[in-house]
Design a binder for this molecule. Structure first.
Ligand code: DGL
Length: 269
């Protein structure tokens, strides 16, 4: 049977990665889990986020995926190594791909990072960036108000612009030439973040580079999906399934118009 790529997040944020996987790898089937009932993960302890991530992975493993993508920076920082050590299939997070994309974009070596409290406290981006180039200067800031906005489906509201403006005052004062959207929910607010940060700052999301990494790993393992079939994606959501579906349909747009989709609520976690 066709093996899927399992993608997980605290809610709708991982859809920004799933969309790019669908675009770059249209033959691949995706099984997506959004833990909306327990979002946001950002303010939780890393132990709790690691526990939730393990529970979701245990749930997804019953579908025999060929790869696990932790499409959540907070969960990547808290649990990537734990999940990698537990499984035989490849496990990919979003922090290293995001760091690589920023390194290939910056001209000045001064990079901003915004993310959840958990991601910023973990210092995972700084570590990943400096591992590649120790001379990089990193300016980090948590934006805890962003995820609740996106989860409520309010990304396009006037309230969203006000919150983005207020949250980024400090970041605007930093001499950066690119800004990593270090939370997979933030691309939902990209146009507003761009408006506030201005044209001189390039926004980096991990989605493109993560999809590329998935492609490389599957190619190396000889596991890229082949044939003429159209994959049937499956979406699980632990919280308000209708709201999740509404946000997902509007975000994924064309990517799921031609692709059948199954919406499900998990039986248990
Ligand atoms: N998408 C998650 C991330 O990338 C959001 C975290 C949250 O639920 O606070 O960090």
């Amino acid at each position: 049977m066709e093996q899927a790529i399992a993608v997980l997040d605290s809610g709708v944020g991982g859809l920004t990665v799933a969309k790019e996987v669908m675009r770059q790898l249209p033959r691949e089937k995706i099984i997506y889990f959004g833990d909306s009932a327990r979002a946001p993960y950002g303010p939780r302890s890393s132990q709790e986020v690691a526990l939730f991530t393990e529970q979701i992975v245990d749930y997804l493993v019953q579908y025999n995926p060929k790869m696990i993508v932790i499409a959540c920076n907070t969960a990547t920082a808290a649990a990537l190594n734990i999940i990698k050590a537990k499984l035989d299939v490849p496990v990919i997070g979003v922090i290293h791909p995001g760091a690589r994309a920023a390194i290939s974009t910056t001209k000045t070596g001064k990079i901003g990072v915004i993310g959840t409290i958990g991601t910023i406290i973990s210092d995972a981006y700084s570590i990943a960036l400096k591992e590649i180039n120790p001379a990089i200067e990193v300016y980090s800031q948590a934006c805890p108000a962003f995820v609740p906005l996106v989860e409520k489906g309010l990304s396009d509201s006037r309230q969203a612009l006000k919150i983005v403006e207020e949250s980024l005052v400090q970041m605007q004062g930093n001499p950066i030439d690119c800004l990593i959207l270090g939370c997979t929910h933030y691309p939902f607010l990209k146009s507003k973040i761009k408006q506030v940060m201005g044209a001189k700052v390039t926004l980096i999301s991990s989605a493109d580079e993560t999809a590329r990494e998935i492609s490389v790993v599957l190619h190396q393992k000889g596991q890229l999906a082949s044939g003429d079939h159209i994959p049937v994606h499956q979406f699980f959501c632990s919280g308000d399934a209708e709201l999740f579906k509404k946000i997902a349909i509007s975000w994924l747009g064309d990517q799921i118009k031609i692709t059948p989709v199954v919406w499900q609520v998990p039986e248990c976690l």
